[in-house]
Design a protein around this ligand. Structure first.
Ligand SMILES: Nc1ncnc2c1ncn2[C@@H]1O[C@H](COP(=O)(O)OP(=O)(O)O)[C@@H](O)[C@H]1O
Ligand SMILES: [Mg+2]
Length: 308
């Protein structure tokens, strides 16, 4: 069995109701394991708690129940080994582009000389296509450029775990494609373990090894996990020609369009069929690959002699 590098164990998050009295459970009894070096995407409608799950894993929020275990130890706050690319870039407005990236680099490697820090920061600024804009402050950058600084900052930490919350959603299609390629390449080269939230099904299919499907909140759960049946070596330009592409895509879209809101009905039906849904072990589905069928049973010698 694959190693449980990261595991979410029965986590839940509730918030008190604003009107007073009681609380709302955003999600509950969430179990998920992320093997080392894998790329996992979470897909689900707005409000189901994806950002909350990511923040809990980052150590920026705490679950109301359950715990997150990383490499055998329950986490207790943020760590430079777990870098986050936020949905909104979250830059320090008084620092320049290079200042923002260098600040992160310095916090990870406090013994590095100034020249080493700046050279490392420049490398990642170049990677996201922002060379020449090093001395600009966030107020003078477009939304897409700010997002790219956030990406450079997280990647510059060379973290063991990369957590991304819709990192490319604010970018134009061309920049998005380039950055998806860069992030994919870096993750493969470094063996980082990645959890990414996205609304973009094609992005998930291009990047992820597995796609976690979350039902609508409140009380959201992980309905199932889709294994990406496309080959690891895939190219964005002809990915849609692969025979597994539409089975995977249609499976995810069917979930988002209908199953995510009616999962209770599905759960009842599964229960009745003797295959109850299990929060601890969400079902793994492999669209495009036929379910294994049992070989036709050959009667045993005893059965054959009995019928003669
Ligand atoms: N600080 C908070 N106080 C109260 N409710 C919150 C807070 N943060 C998030 N929520 C609620 O939790 C739910 C999930 O939020 P979020 O994790 O941002 O969802 P997603 O990222 O899937 O869109 C939402 O309904 C949101 O209103
Ligand atoms: Mg969100």
């Amino acid at each position: 069995m694959a190693e449980r590098y990261i595991s979410l164990e029965a986590i839940a998050r509730s918030y008190p109701n604003p009107a007073g009295g009681g609380s709302t459970t955003v999600f509950q009894d969430l179990w998920l394991t992320l093997p080392r070096g894998t790329f996992t995407c979470i897909i689900g409608h707005s409000g189901c708690g994806k950002t909350t799950v990511l923040n809990i894993l980052a150590g920026l929020d705490r679950p109301s129940a359950g715990e997150v275990v990383v490499d055998g130890t329950a986490i207790d706050g943020p760590s430079l080994d777990r870098a986050v690319i936020f949905q909104s870039h979250a830059l320090l407005p008084w620092k320049t582009v290079i200042g923002n990236v260098a600040y992160a680099v310095r916090s990870k490697w406090p013994r590095w000389s100034n020249a080493e820090v700046l050279a490392h920061a420049r490398k990642f600024i170049a990677l996201v296509g922002l060379s020449g804009a090093e001395d600009k402050k966030p107020a003078h950058l477009s939304g897409g450029m700010k997002q790219r600084v956030g990406i450079a900052r997280a990647l510059s930490l060379e973290p063991k775990i990369l957590l991304m919350d819709e990192p490319f959603s604010a970018l134009d299609a061309l920049t998005r494609g380039t950055l998806q390629d860069e992030v994919r390449k870096i993750c493969q080269e470094t063996g980082q373990t990645v959890l990414m939230i996205t609304h973009d099904v094609d992005e998930a299919i291009y990047l992820a090894d597995r796609v976690v499907l979350m039902t609508n909140g409140p009380g959201a759960v992980i309905a199932e996990i889709v294994e990406n049946t496309l080959p690891m070596q895939r190219d964005r330009h002809d990915i849609h020609r692969h025979p597994a592409y539409y089975p995977v895509r249609n499976h995810i879209i069917d979930f988002l369009v209908t199953r995510s809101k009616n999962f209770d009905v599905e759960r009842t039906a599964l229960e009745a069929a003797g295959m109850p849904w299990n929060a601890r072990q969400p079902r793994l589905v492999r669209p495009g690959i036929p379910e294994p069928t049992l070989a036709p049973s050959v009667p045993t010698l005893a059965q054959r002699t009995a019928t003669q």
